[in-house]
Design a protein around this ligand. Structure first.
Ligand code: GDP
Ligand code: MG
Length: 163
């Protein structure tokens, strides 16, 4: 039996970049423009010898401030319900924002199994962000770089027992 991993987190932390890396195709659009990705995207992921289903929570990018809360809550809750485990991505260069805290609350309330990923942590970047991410209280953060493929071995070791 395989498992389903949902990549969740606020816009622009690198969810679609990681999704694309895991799926190996440009299925999820990565773009700085608003309005390019919608809703939930599902793909067949490959990480070394691991095979699983991955969900990208897109569709948060285009929302206006007043609809952001409800929209991102609904999308994230749907992804959590579909998934066995969530990879909660934060931006290691920015650190933990109030929006990240909102996502952490959603995940806690849903009792989701969570892996915290501190993305954009290539090289030495993201060391401070990783320390900060402990304060989310969702376990030991993994330092990742979706763009450069760093930390994929650590992600593998955390996911391996779930297969
Ligand atoms: P999403 O909104 O969470 O899906 O984020 P995207 O995957 O669209 O990425 C948002 C921006 O962050 C893009 O400009 C990416 O190129 C950039 N990005 C994603 N992953 C990394 C990373 O590991 N390191 C750096 N430096 N930038 C990244
Ligand atoms: Mg995206």
């Amino acid at each position: 039996m395989s498992f389903t991993l949902a990549i969740v987190g606020r816009p622009n932390v690198g969810k679609s970049t990681l999704f694309n890396r895991l799926v190996g195709r440009k299925l999820a659009l990565v773009d700085d423009q608003p309005g390019v990705t919608r809703d939930l995207r599902e793909g067949d992921a490959k990480l070394f010898d691991l095979r699983f289903t991955v969900i990208d929570t897109a569709g948060l990018e285009e929302v206006t401030d007043d609809s952001l809360q409800g929209r991102m809550r609904r999308l994230t809750e749907r992804a959590v319900e579909m998934a066995d485990v969530c990879l909660f991505l934060v931006d290691g260069r920015v650190g933990i924002t109030p929006s990240d805290e909102t996502f952490a609350d959603i995940l806690r309330r849903k009792n989701a199994r969570v892996i915290v990923g501190v993305n954009k942590a290539e090289g030495k970047a993201g060391e401070a962000g990783a320390l900060e991410a402990y304060s989310l209280g969702l376990g030991d953060p993994l330092r990742l770089s979706a763009e450069h493929g760093e930390g994929m071995d650590d992600l593998y070791h955390v996911l391996r027992p779930l297969e």
